[in-house]
Design a protein around this ligand. Structure first.
Ligand code: NAP
Length: 558
């Protein structure tokens, strides 16, 4: 017997081809996961499809790309020196600045040496007898690890509608989610933007300022609020940095993981309509979306209160847009405000007052084909040089479904999720032991400040793997019943709100044939964190743990 016989999983030397943990994705989630696990002494490697770190911020380089959460919040909290030293130039950071920040983090913590870039994981298979995950990618030998963490992102599978004739288009076309790294010079060009979601709403003012003419193809109008972006207020930055730990702790007690927006306690029905309007006006003047979403505890529950807010914003659109017909077309009328992702803009509605911008009603006159010269709707052919598809993503499940994930008995994740994603806490899936999801479906994920939720998940996962190491546990997976209860709970919570009333990507409505299931957990990040912590403290309640009967044999690589 050699000296490895006394190791628990993850301790000491291991056979060179067996990792402790393989992480898929080097976005904000994968990077922090690597940092945490490496710090805990595990042997970890990360595999990333892109040529650099940053995930969503690596790929989404369209004009105007910017975060809609304030920079002082949308940043890692795990290292106080990092958050003290980094200077954000604006209230809301642009994509290039965020990408600089992510690169800085990768360098500062020496993360790159464990990341393999330009490598797209194709398959992930769990061998139950060995309790090992094997992942494959083109051009690499199989990657073997005891644990697998999918940090593949919630919005990382761009969707371009299957338009007839797209291949015949003689101009250039792009999807915003894979925008060329060198940028696209649109000056003097006739441009079409298809879509009016968060991405398009950021991009349209920028393109309008550059293009000869811009046609916007809108199928569904969305609510957008002003960002009131500005250079960073140095006094605010100083005050924030002086109390960063308290701010971060406060964020953990909120619905969306953003400090300054405590859990609302007042019902909108307790205040007069005049007061409601005055509150919405103050929030409109302040800028940002979180204030609207957290102003009342029933903003997303009470149709009455929600409609006051919706009508308030419609009034602003009518005030801003000169042409009443265009204004009316821009007024959302098919979903409660906030039930789809609330957009944040700089000069979006104002853009429609420009002579070089035309709004096309792609609901009344849908796009029927792309022609060599442009876009044909049921009404006319619009000739353009460039088409920018801001048509969104196969959200929350797309990236995981792209990898052929299979486990015990050959069950495939794709098949298991045929009727919608099934997870316990959005962290693990029954039948797929030792595989963790960062911000998976069934967790607050996209309904929260993403870095906040990423850190919470990566901390929970790292703690769990450390617990397994300490307790000679070789495998963990959710009990089928606990998973089912969680899925029902996620749906019950959503059904108590106005969220399911919208045809949003939260329910997969943007992907033809995708089952309509509400995917994020919307009880709030503080409630969710408390549940995750309680379950872990109770010895991972609802999880099935396999403990090696003879701890001496529960060694890494055994
Ligand atoms: P999206 O919200 O899914 O919007 C896609 C748009 O494309 C919708 O307007 C949709 O219309 C339209 N569309 C799709 N297929 C179409 C077709 N065949 N014909 C005409 N229109 C079509 O996608 P997104 O704007 O890329 O945003 C996705 C998410 O990314 C956001 O919700 C947000 O969470 C995130 N994001 C965040 C930021 C940030 O600030 N941090 C910025 C951008 C994006 P319908 O609504 O009618 O389907």
């Amino acid at each position: 017997m050699n000296d490895t016989s006394k190791r628990s999983p993850g301790e000491g030397p291991i056979p060179s081809d067996l990792l402790d943990v393989v992480v898929v994705g080097a976005g904000l989630g994968g990077l922090y996961m690597l940092y945490r696990l490496r710090k805990a002494g595990f042997r970890v490697k990360v595999f990333e499809a892109g040529g650099g770190v940053g995930g969503t911020w690596y790929w989404n380089r369209y004009p105007g790309a910017r975060c809609d959460i304030e920079s002082m919040e949308y940043s890692y909290s795990f290292d106080d020196e990092l958050q003290q030293e980094w200077e954000w130039p604006e209230r809301y950071a642009t994509q290039p600045v965020i990408l600089d920040y992510v690169n800085h983090v990768a360098d500062r913590f020496d993360l790159r040496r464990d990341i393999t870039f330009n490598t797209r994981i194709k398959t992930a298979t769990f061998e139950p007898s060995a309790e090992v995950w094997t992942l494959t990618a083109d051009g690499l030998p199989p990657i073997r690890a005891r644990w697998c963490v999918m940090a593949t992102g919630n919005l990382s599978t761009p969707q371009t509608p299957d338009f007839k004739g797209l291949e015949s288009f003689e101009g250039d076309w792009y999807h915003t989610g894979i925008w060329p790294h060198e940028g696209v010079d649109l000056s003097g060009k006739r441009v079409a933007v298809v879509g009016t979601g968060s991405t398009a709403i950021q991009m349209i003012p920028k393109i309008a300022a550059q293009a000869d003419h811009l046609h916007v193809f809108q199928r569904t109008a969305n609510f957008s609020l002003p960002a009131r972006n500005a250079p960073m207020d140095k006094e605010r930055e100083r005050a924030f940095k002086a109390t960063y730990p308290e701010r971060r702790a406060e964020a953990r007690r909120t619905s969306f993981g953003v400090s300054g927006y405590p859990l609302p306690t007042q019902s909108a029905l307790e205040v007069s309509k005049e007061e409601l309007v005055a509150r919405f006006q103050a929030l409109w003047d302040e800028g940002g979306t979180i204030g609207f979403l957290t102003c009342f505890n029933d903003f997303l529950v009470s149709e009455e209160a929600n409609e006051v807010a919706a009508e308030f914003v419609r009034g602003k659109i009518r005030e801003t847009v000169n042409d009443p017909e265009v204004a009316q077309l821009l007024c959302p009328n098919d979903h409660p405000i906030g039930s789809k992702r609330l957009c944040l803009d700089t000069g979006y509605y104002e853009t429609y007052n420009r002579d070089n911008v035309t709004l096309v009603n792609a609901r009344a006159t849908p796009i029927i084909e792309i022609t060599p010269k442009g876009i044909r709707t049921t009404d006319a052919e619009v000739e353009v040089d460039v088409i920018a598809f801001a048509t969104g993503f196969d959200a929350m499940t797309g990236a995981l479904r792209e990898i052929d994930i299979s486990a015990a008995g050959g069950e495939r994740l794709r098949d298991k999720w045929e009727g919608g994603p099934l997870t316990y806490l959005g962290l693990m899936v029954n039948g797929f032991p030792n595989m963790f999801l960062i911000t998976g479906p069934g967790s607050p994920s996209v309904k929260s400040q993403m870095i906040h939720s990423i850190e919470q998940h990566a901390d929970w996962i790292s703690d769990c793997i450390e617990y397994m190491r300490e307790n000679y546990i070789t495998a963990i997976e959710p009990e089928a019943e606990a998973e089912m209860r969680w899925v029902l709970h996620v749906n019950e919570v959503a059904d108590g709100t106005l969220y399911p009333r919208a045809n949003s990507w939260y329910v997969g409505a943007n992907i033809p044939g995708k089952p309509r299931v509400f995917m994020p957990y919307v009880a709030g990040t503080s409630v969710y964190r408390e549940k995750c912590d309680r379950i872990a403290a109770a010895g991972y309640e609802g999880f099935k743990l396999t403990t090696e009967s003879n701890p001496a044999s529960a060694v890494a690589g055994s």
